[in-house]
Structure formats: structure tokens, C-alpha cells
Design a protein around this ligand. Structure first.
Ligand code: PHE
Length: 379
């Protein structure tokens, strides 16, 4: 025992209390280390902005080769007492950090969902994207007004043909022959025609049968015979539609324009009926503004007598030509299969562009087809 005491005295290194002192300083170092790491890890966790960053932090501190496991390696160097103490401390810090990471994970996930909802969801309080509503072309507007007026006068509308058959493509027969404009008649020169190119193989039959030669209709009058072939009088119709002429364009001429054709057939029709219809129509069209209607002799092979219709508006001294008209020619009744002596009728063809220009004070017909927004927006 005395030797032992002696031994203890002369060899302080192997002295127990001395050994505990070394242990104590390691314990303190580790303990401090734990405190620093804990603080550092908590800050890092709270500052993470996304899930992958959080995972990196988890691995750095709590991973198998992480900072805290490094500390555990030091445990065997400690006294049993310190081991137990530091061990408990390490476990509780690890648990705290795990809980913190878990909380942060949920918070970040919530934020991601919220952000998704914000960016992908519909904010009902936002003003809607405005739908700009278009409007009808001035020619369409006026055409519909004209149709309304004639309907109110007991006329029914017959639109050419359905789109499938292309009502603007007409045969030479209905456009000319059936309207008493034979092959070499000078009246054909009045209407320069767009002919449709046709297959050579069909040419032979076309020469012998002009019903098959095709063109872009030069007027809406071909509907006169087409309608009469299928309908019996009495009737009255208007036929609005687009027509084509191969001619130089200027402020009052276009290669395409619109006409409103009319045909009224009954037993006792005369030019007086025609005049009454025109007067009534123009009164309504110009909304009771003073309108005078004048008939002048004119030449169209499919009417007899033929007339040109002029109007004069308000106090304007100028007469304006607005339509061609006349009493249906017997040859046209014949072409339609009617007995000419049984029937009388009037027909007219009115220019839609001319009326629309008068209506709105437009001075150049080419504006209608120019697709110029500055022009179109005004209607
Ligand atoms: N179709 C003629 C033209 O385009 C107008 C017209 C129609 C004349 C009906 C008389 C009768 O010029």
C-alpha cells in the first residue's frame, strides 16, 4: 500500500487523478464542440431554401461520416462517467436536430405547394383578358339592311347556291344565252368576263353546249332563269351576291363587287309597280330623307323596255345612277319555259357598293377590299 502510494507520488503520469484531468479536458473539448456544432447545424437548417440543400446539411451533420459521428469516435478515450454524459448529450442533440430537419422539411414542402398554387392557379381577382369583338364589314351591314327592307315589303331572299356548288361560278348559258345575249351579241362586250380555264378533253362538248362553259358571273341576273326554271309565278325575289368583271380598277370600278338582283313576276305587272317599289325602298333606305327616283331609257338585252334608275338626294342637284332595270323580255320567259304571253314581270340589278358609298360618304370603291383597318374600324 505504502509502495503504491509512493508509486503514485513519484509517477504523476500514471496517477489516477491526473488521468481524470486529461479526460476532463477532452470531455470539455468535445462538449464545447457539440455546442458549436449544434448551434451551427441549427442555423444552417433554418436557413435552407430547398430540399436538396436540407438533405446536404443532414448528411453533413447526422450522416454516417458526419460531424457528430466523428465526435462519437472520441468516446472510448473518455471515462465511463464522461462517456455516459457525452453520449446522452450527443443523442439528445441528434434528436433535436432530426426534429428540426423534419420540421424544416415540412415547411419547405408546404412552401413549394403554395408557390405552385400561386403560379399555376387562377387568380379570380385579376381582371380578365379582354376579348375584342369584331364587327361586320360595311358592305355586309348595308346588304343586311337592304334585305330587311325588301323582306318588310314581302320579298323573300334567295341566296345563290350553297357554298359547295360555288354560286359565283356560273355557266355561259345562264350568264348570257338564257338572258337573250347570244354568242356574238355586242352586249357581251359590255361585261368583260373572267372565263375559267377548262380541260382540253372537255372542250369539244363545251363548244357544242355552252351550258358547260364556265365563268365568274358578271351579274346576278343569271338567277332570273335559274329561279324561274324551278318556280312558278306569282313571286318576287331579291338575289344579293358577288359578281366579277375583268376591267381596270379606279375609284368607282372594282373587279369584284356586289349586286342586289330582283325579279317580280305576276299577271299584271308594269313599270308603275317597279317605280313604287323603288320609291318605297329608297324612302326606307335613306330613312325618310328626301329621295327622288328617275327612270331613264337604258339598254339590257334581257328587258324590254330597259331603264336606268337614278336617284337624287335631299337638295343635291346631282342625279346618281343606282340600278339597271326593266320589264322581263319574252325571250327570257321562254328560256325559263314560261309562256311569255301569260306573264309580266320586272327585274332590276342594284349596285351594293354604290349604295354603301352613298350611305357612309365613301369616295373610293377600292377601300372596301383593301383590308385597311383604319378604314374598316370606322363602321
Ligand atoms: N344585270 C344588269 C347589269 O349587271 C342589271 C340589270 C338587272 C338590268 C336586271 C336590268 C334588269 O348591268
Amino acid at each position: 500500500m505504502a509502495v503504491d502510494n509512493f508509486e503514485e507520488k513519484i509517477n504523476p503520469v500514471r496517477n489516477k487523478p491526473l488521468k481524470v484531468a486529461v479526460d476532463e479536458s477532452l470531455t470539455e473539448k468535445i462538449s464545447n464542440g457539440i455546442n458549436i456544432l449544434e448551434k451551427e447545424a441549427k442555423e444552417a437548417i433554418n436557413q435552407t431554401l430547398d430540399l436538396s440543400q436540407l438533405e446536404r446539411i443532414r448528411i453533413k451533420y447526422l450522416g454516417r461520416k458526419g460531424e457528430f459521428n466523428n465526435l462519437i469516435k472520441e468516446l472510448p478515450k473518455m471515462s465511463e462517467e464522461s462517456k455516459a454524459h457525452i453520449g446522452r448529450r450527443l443523442n439528445s442533440v441528434r434528436n433535436d436536430l432530426e426534429t428540426l430537419i423534419d420540421e424544416r422539411l415540412h415547411k419547405l414542402k408546404d412552401e413549394i405547394i403554395e408557390e405552385k398554387l400561386r403560379s399555376e392557379g387562377v387568380d379570380v381577382s385579376m381582371p380578365g383578358r379582354g376579348l375584342s369583338l369584331g364587327h361586320l364589314h360595311p358592305l355586309t351591314k348595308v346588304e343586311r339592311r337592304i334585305e330587311d327592307i325588301f323582306q318588310s315589303m314581302g320579298f323573300s331572299i334567295v341566296m345563290g347556291f350553297s357554298i359547295v356548288f360555288g354560286p359565283e361560278i356560273e355557266s355561259e348559258y345562264y350568264n348570257f344565252n338564257a338572258l337573250n345575249i347570244p354568242q356574238n351579241h355586242p352586249a357581251r362586250d359590255m361585261q368583260d368576263t373572267f372565263w375559267l380555264r377548262q380541260k382540253i378533253s372537255n372542250l369539244k362538248s363545251q363548244i357544242s353546249n355552252s351550258k358547260n362553259r364556265l365563268l365568274l358571273r358578271t351579274h346576278t341576273s343569271p338567277m332570273q332563269v335559274r329561279y324561274m326554271e324551278k318556280n312558278n309565278p306569282p313571286f318576287r325575289i331579291i338575289v344579293p351576291g358577288r359578281v366579277y368583271r375583268y376591267e381596270a380598277t379606279d375609284a368607282s370600278h372594282e373587279i369584284q363587287f356586289h349586286q342586289i338582283e330582283s325579279l317580280m313576276v305576276d299577271k299584271n305587272i308594269s313599270l308603275a309597280n317597279l317605280k313604287a317599289v323603288f320609291e318605297e325602298f329608297f324612302k326606307k333606305f335613306f330613312e325618310n330623307k328626301k329621295v327622288e327616283v328617275r327612270f331613264r331609257p337604258g339598254y339590257f338585252p334581257f328587258v324590254e323596255p330597259g331603264i336606268e334608275v337614278d336617284i337624287r338626294l335631299g337638295s343635291n342637284p346631282k342625279w346618281l345612277e343606282v340600278a339597271g332595270a326593266g320589264m322581263v323580255h319574252p325571250k327570257v320567259f321562254e328560256a325559263a319555259g314560261y309562256v311569255p304571253s301569260d306573264w309580266q314581270g320586272f327585274a332590276f340589278g342594284m349596285g351594293l357598293e354604290r349604295l354603301t358609298m352613298l350611305c357612309y360618304g365613301i369616295n373610293d370603291i377600292r377601300l372596301f377590299y383593301s383590308s385597311d383597318f383604319r378604314f374598316l374600324k370606322q363602321f
